[in-house]
Design a protein around this ligand. Structure first.
Ligand code: FAD
Length: 421
């Protein structure tokens, strides 16, 4: 092998410290494996503020109009997620030869996965739920990754589980973290992955580091680009999905609501149309009103009430030769959005809401860029030995759930395989 320095040789190199990367780093380092985490973002303290979010957020175009939001920082996109934690589609994974049952049991013992207790649900979210049920729509509590035992009615952001805590555990176990390190491609020898090339910050100088196992966990839009740069040609050849989403927000005269865990409840109209509580706590509401060019609404936060409509669109789109993602929404996708918005409007009206407006259409999370059984096998290994993919890119399109809990389970599953091998 080409590495010259034993100090720079690791049992595992993990690319990206988000949900999956952090979990794998923690699991492997617990077993005394020598782990290196290469993370594109910085390691500054996480703060829920305009400046805090501006420092870590990154948008990438997925259609000619829509961009997908992600976070570049230690802990990845959990630094800005809502913490809704749908259970993994166990059967779908079983059909692909992946059994997550044991991993889900372990995760449920380790992390605070639960429905929000009634007293922590804001009055606008309760009103929305009552209205939806009154009109005959399903409206249920969602599981969330929130440590309710530490909640003091102010620390909405702090009590959400974040992957950074797993990185911190990995570091305590002896793992090494290099921040501002952007991995460009994988190094091979005799059809085996043996290391990666990366740059630091904006500098063009290329660094090389070597390890036994290479795990790409850079997120569903970054990992395919690394694979493509590393000579794997057919990634994203079946397209990807983005779950296009839109919010409807109105104001209820006389409503005096407090803060809320956004996404704590919701329902499905059918398999393709989902409605979710969009009652953000104050900071996120303010950001939303600024983005929607409605700054005057900020002062009347307690009167506001909102719903997100999220629809399932088919796989499609491509990763172009120039490394750009491009997908077109169809008339059918817009028809589903329209149907969802009509029901959301009806539910809001029934709460007494007035001055209802639509937010911009957004990508609800681009996923599914890499296919299990096609680009990777049931051990999440690529066509190259010792090169693995574990992140949102491998999530199947058939059973779409909020990804985080599934990703933690999948990362534990891969860790078990890596430790055994
Ligand atoms: C506003 C918002 C709300 C959300 N709410 C929810 C929710 O309520 N529930 C839920 O389940 N999901 C939610 N999500 C989605 C969820 O956060 C992500 O799907 C999940 O974190 C993806 O995990 P990952 O490991 O695939 O990637 P990420 O967590 O994005 O981690 C990837 C990491 O890789 C790093 N990286 C990228 N490129 C490189 C490179 N070339 N070299 C080195 N490092 C690299 C990034 O900096 C990042 O740290 C939300 C997302 C957003 C944006």
């Amino acid at each position: 092998m080409k590495y010259s320095n034993r100090e720079e040789h690791f049992d595992a190199i993990i690319v990206g410290s988000g949900t999956c990367g952090a979990t794998i780093a923690k699991e492997l380092s617990k077993q005394n494996k020598r782990v290196l985490i290469l993370e594109r973002g910085g390691n500054g303290p996480l703060k829920e503020s305009l400046i805090g979010y501006a420092k870590i957020s990154n948008e990438i175009r997925v259609t000619n109009k829509l961009k997908d939001l992600r976070a570049f920082t230690t802990g990845g996109t959990t630094a800005m997620y809502f913490a809704v934690a749908d259970p993994p589609p166990i059967k779908t994974f079983q059909n692909m030869g992946i059994d997550l049952t044991q991993d889900l049991e372990n995760v449920r013992k380790e992390l605070p996965v639960a429905e929000i207790s009634d007293e922590l649900i804001g009055s606008q979210a309760k009103k929305l739920g009552e209205s939806a049920r009154q009109l005959g729509y399903e409206w249920k509590k969602n599981l969330m990754l929130i440590d309710q035992s530490k909640f003091n009615h102010k620390n909405y952001y702090e009590v959400k589980w974040k992957a950074r805590t797993y990185v911190e555990e990995a570091l305590k176990n002896g793992a090494k973290l290099t921040n501002q390190a952007t991995v460009e491609k994988v190094i091979y020898e005799n059809n085996k992955a043996v290391g990666v090339e990366y740059t630091i910050g904006k500098k063009k100088k290329i660094f090389r580091v070597y390890g036994e196992k290479i795990v790409l966990s850079a997120g569903s839009l970054a990992t395919p680009i690394i694979l493509k740069n590393s000579g794997i040609k057919n990634v994203v050849d079946h397209g990807f999905y983005i779950n296009p989403s839109i919010g409807l927000i109105g104001s209820v005269p006389g409503l005096s609501s407090g803060e809320n865990f956004c996404g704590c409840m919701g329902g499905r109209l059918d398999n393709d149309i989902e409605l979710m509580d969009a009652n953000f706590h104050r900071f996120l509401f303010n950001v939303g009103m600024l983005v929607s060019a409605k700054p005057l609404r900020i002062a009347s936060y307690p009167k506001h009430i909102g719903i997100t409509v999220k629809v399932k669109e088919p796989l499609g789109g491509q990763l172009t030769e120039k490394g750009k993602y491009l997908k077109k929404l169809t008339e059918e996708d817009h028809r589903k959005l329209k149907k969802g918005m009509e029901v959301a409007h009806e539910i809001l009206k029934n709460t007494g809401a007035r001055k209802i407006f639509k937010t911009n259409l957004i990508s609800g999370g681009a996923l599914g860029t890499v296919k299990i059984k096609k680009h990777i096998d049931e051990n999440l290994q690529t066509e190259y030995n010792n090169l693995y993919v574990c992140d949102g890119s491998v999530l199947p399109e058939s059973d779409r759930v909020t990804p985080t809990l599934t990703l933690v389970c999948l990362a534990k599953y891969l860790s078990r395989h890596l430790i055994a091998s």
